[in-house]
Design a protein around this ligand. Structure first.
Ligand code: AMP
Ligand code: MG
Length: 346
């Protein structure tokens, strides 16, 4: 268990990083501020941050961060449903026809199919019509009628996405709509990390959006990065600290990041492709695994499942660690998470 004093420290970091759902907390082992460089930006409508702690002589860390931001911006916006000019929106506009897409988009769609397979369809990149119905694209939120949900769900089916690897084209049926928003932040973090590694950076942490982190190298002085997980019902508080090592990614999905309330009920932005409704079995889930896109996709998908089912599923995934805050406010984690998580004692 962490001591109260440490808990306060993590909270301070969480505040510094604004409203981040997951906050990088290197305070415990952090070097003096002048030995590290941290930059923030808003890219593809998302708050991002890169902190670099070690760089080769002759390298300008600020320039490397600025270049990494450029990579993240182009990668994030090419797949975002919120960017009119994205590849994903081009596929959606031309639904019914094959559309040529960039290598990055094609790769991401292949990953999306992989994650759908890994999670028995809890992840569905064709969830778009349902997300739209609940007003999450426009911000005009409402609880749809049952027949509307039924109609939208008839247009959701990951198996109907056609990927042609040779031509690098994508086709979805005319009434369908892709949404890979659940992977965009992780995908952008991956691109940023690739640039940092290419530039010889040996210790850095990327935060992408409210939820995705990527470690490049270990933390300062070769120690693990420590990340505070925000409490879903007390957002300036953390409920646990999780260790991240070189190359590992962390992603959190929850019902407190984007949601609306009606008649005292909370409706969050992650939707169950079986029912068309927001699931209610947990408040948040955090996934740690090497692949940043898999981390991002799994946190979204596993949020849909029941905590016991999540634990059973990840037993077959040795590379994946999860921690959850259940709907009842209890913390559960899998055996792979033991040794890297410390619960905050309050
Ligand atoms: P994240 O914040 O990474 O958990 O992603 C949430 C976003 O993914 C939502 O805002 C939707 O655009 C999309 N989404 C919602 N439910 C699903 C689902 N079951 N499978 C795939 N994407 C989803
Ligand atoms: Mg996600």
């Amino acid at each position: 268990m962490l001591h109260r004093k440490h808990k306060q420290t993590i909270i301070c970091m969480a505040l510094v990083l604004c409203t981040l759902a997951v906050s990088g907390c290197d305070y415990f082992f952090g070097p003096a501020q002048e030995e590290s460089v941290t930059e923030d930006a808003v890219l593809f409508s998302t708050f991002v941050q890169i902190q670099i702690h070690e760089w080769p002589q002759g390298t300008d860390p600020e320039k490397v961060i600025s270049e990494a931001f450029t990579e993240m911006e182009s990668t994030g916006s090419i797949v975002s449903v919120y960017d009119e000019n994205s590849d994903i929106n081009a596929v959606n506009r031309a639904a019914g026809e094959s559309v040529a897409v960039s290598e990055e988009t094609f790769y991401l769609l292949q990953k999306a199919l992989e994650i759908a397979e890994m999670t028995g369809g809890a992840f569905d990149p064709t969830i778009g019509p349902v997300v739209d119905l609940w007003g999450f694209y426009t911000g005009e939120h409402r609880v749809p009628a049952d027949d509307e949900i039924e109609e939208a769900l008839a247009r959701v089916d990951v198996n109907r996405i056609e990927l042609d690897e040779d031509a690098r084209t994508v086709r979805v049926p005319g009434d369908m709509r892709l949404d890979v928003e659940a992977l965009a932040k992780g995908f952008a973090a991956r691109a940023g990390a690739e640039h940092l590694v290419k530039s010889g950076i040996t210790s850095a942490l990327i935060t992408s959006g409210q939820s995705s982190l990527k470690a490049v190298g270990d933390g300062p002085e070769g120690r693990a990065w420590r990340v505070g997980l925000l409490h879903p019902r007390a957002e300036q508080d953390v409920y646990a600290a999780v260790e991240l090592r070189d190359g590992e990614s962390l992603s959190t999905s929850g019902d407190y990041q984007r949601y609306f309330t009606e008649d005292g009920k909370r409706y969050a932005h992650i939707l169950d492709p079986e029912t068309g409704y927001p699931p209610r079995t947990m408040q948040s889930i955090t996934v740690v695994t090497p692949d940043t896109v898999i981390a991002d996709g799994l946190s979204t998908a596993l949020f849909v499942l029941k905590p016991e089912e999540v634990l059973n599923r990840v037993e077959q995934m040795p590379d994946v660690s999860v921690a959850m805050m259940t709907a009842e406010g209890r913390v559960k984690y899998c055996s792979q998470m033991e040794g890297r998580i410390e619960l905050v004692d309050d």
